[in-house]
Design a protein around this ligand. Structure first.
Ligand SMILES: [Zn+2]
Length: 553
């Protein structure tokens, strides 16, 4: 019976601690089934908050300091994979099944040796990449994903990469495909007449290879526009990318209206998020007049509102952004909310707030669920006094500048809960300051601090005093015992029983005694020439024992 009660208590405690939970796999699977989008992404990807992008060797320390769940655009290198795995970070090399090079071997294929892999237009010409002009991608061609030999070549390459220890692929250039006339012109065969279905078949084959080597591996896509991704692709993807998320290298302002565009995307993508698909938001920071830190906090807050995993496109070590990779806010406490035009979302460890208004300050009153002593505002630098907000003295409102995002961690009080009733302190001090002088408080003996050795003799800030902290205000009997303080027997060094001398000056413990001290009177909260006084200690207070000084004869 007692065991039964104990179990109930344990279950209750566990339930309370786990108030915030990530959506579970069964709920995600049911949502994925109803949307007909294949499987949910694995837990680690659903629960990811930030990721690394094209990690540089010089940034290795920042990668180790971060809590990013994975890196994309990483080298195909066994040692690199192993070192990332040692840090708990998964690795996704770059891949494209859209285009290839005629100038070099890429993913095991040089198109000059395999012109039959290239898509054919209605006039029978090889189809150039769509970036031929916009990004000056000369001698690059669009691949026909329906070509069976191309699919086999990509599967062979994918298998080699997975054997080296990758966790899957970052597959760039996903889009709705144009018809290929390769069959009509006798250039190649097609696995399907529907080019989107043919592309989906290739994604399916590659994802199966990933899962053969890594049970929790993933296929991450980049269409730059997940809302427009051909539906069938979702069946074989764990994530899709929103590239140039709010900040981009082709605009000097945060592009598109936040409410009308980015928030709209957030709302449209929530069913896919609920189905366990991840959205990789990639912002390119550093091109607007707001500054990298303002842009980073705005983009990060926006991504956390939506539940997207985020990267800012600058090295993880950048001091304007590093903190955002070093924290995790944990599972959400419900969906995003709005309060007077300001958007917020609460998480297990903190919350984000975003004010989309370009002119007005936003104010945000903390909901009931936020029951903490302090908020740690991450926007001021660590150590800045503004970073710690005392909710008792500052009130339960935070102010968000116009067109800005902010991130807060809940922070605790550090006061001991078992000493909440600590009462006033009486400090008894000597003048001149004398070490090792004996007093008595309520019949118990106390000595003044007299310094100690480090590499030299340190008198320290409490030399010649002692303090007693009472549990509550009240009257106390304080008396001086050593009305004529003894000479000190100062030790010769740290922790030794040897003495510098038997007769050292209690006011200068490393010097021989050549003066005598004699108690004269009490000063401070009471004045008296009697050795014993009664003191009513209402608040913390100081009492000074004054001494006459005479040269030794
Ligand atoms: Zn074709």
């Amino acid at each position: 019976m007692r065991f039964g009660i104990f179990l109930c208590v344990v279950i209750l405690l566990v339930t309370q601690l786990r108030a915030a939970e990530w959506p579970d796999a069964a709920t995600r699977a049911a949502a994925a089934k109803s949307l007909d989008v294949g499987e949910s992404a694995p837990d680690w990807l659903v629960q990811s908050e930030t990721y690394g992008f094209s990690p540089q060797p010089a940034d290795w320390q920042a990668l180790a300091e971060s809590k990013v769940a994975f890196v994309t655009h990483c080298p195909v290198n066994r040692e690199f994979f192993e070192r990332c795995h040692a840090l708990g970070i998964r690795c996704f090399p770059y891949a494209s099944f859209y285009q290839g090079f005629a100038t070099t071997t890429f993913q095991g294929v040089n198109l000059k040796d395999h012109p039959e892999f290239i898509e054919v237009d209605e006039k029978g010409n090889l189809r150039r990449t769509s970036f031929w002009e916009s990004e000056d991608a000369k001698n690059m061609y669009t691949i026909c994903p329906a070509c069976p030999e191309y699919q086999d070549a990509m599967c062979k390459w994918a298998e080699e990469v997975m054997k080296l220890g990758a966790d899957g692929f970052f597959v760039d250039n996903l889009s709705s495909r144009s018809p290929c006339f390769g069959v009509k012109f006798g250039k190649h065969k097609h696995v399907s007449d529907d080019p989107n279905h043919a592309f989906a078949m290739l994604l399916d084959r590659v994802r199966k290879i990933v899962r053969k080597y890594k049970a929790d591996g993933a296929l991450l896509g980049n269409s730059a526009n997940p809302v427009g991704l051909p539906h069938e692709y979702w069946k074989y993807l764990d994530a899709d990318m929103l590239e140039s998320y709010i900040c981009t290298w082709v605009s000097k302002d945060r592009w598109y209206d936040w409410s009308g565009h980015w928030h709209e995307q957030d709302v449209k993508l929530q069913p896919l998020i609920a189905a366990g698909k991840q959205i990789q938001a990639l912002s390119y920071l550093g091109h607007t007049g707001y500054g990298v830190r303002e842009d980073a906090f705005f983009c990060y807050a926006s991504a956390r509102l939506a539940g997207f995993v985020w990267n800012g496109g600058v090295p993880l070590s950048n001091p304007d952004t590093a903190i955002l990779y070093q924290i995790r806010l944990g599972p959400p406490l419900g969906a995003e909310q709005q309060q007077g035009g300001v958007y917020y979302r609460l998480f297990d460890r903190g919350f984000v707030v975003l004010n989309p208004d370009k002119q007005k300050l936003g104010t945000f009153e903390l909901p009931e669920a936020v029951k903490f002593s302090y908020l740690n505002d991450l926007f001021p630098r660590a150590g800045d006094p503004k970073a710690m907000i005392d909710l008792k003295t500052a009130g339960r409102k935070v102010t968000i500048p116009p067109f800005a995002g902010r991130v807060y961690l809940y922070a605790p009080s550090t006061q001991s809960e078992l000493q909440t009733a600590a009462g006033p302190t009486v400090t008894v001090t000597t003048a001149p300051a004398l070490g090792e002088v004996r007093f008595r408080v309520d019949g118990f003996d106390y000595w003044t601090y007299s310094g100690h050795w480090t590499t030299q003799y340190e008198q320290g800030p409490n030399f010649g005093k002692f303090m007693v902290t009472f549990d509550r205000p009240g009257k106390h009997k304080i008396e001086i015992v050593d009305t004529v303080p003894a000479d000190m027997k100062t030790p010769a060094g740290y922790g030794t029983s040897q003495r510098l001398g038997e007769f050292m000056d209690p006011s200068q413990p490393t010097k021989p005694a050549n003066r005598k001290f004699k108690f004269r009177e009490w000063k401070g909260v009471v004045s008296s020439t009697q050795p014993s006084v009664e003191v009513d200690v209402k608040d913390s207070t100081t009492l000074t024992a004054e001494f006459d000084v005479q040269d030794k004869k």
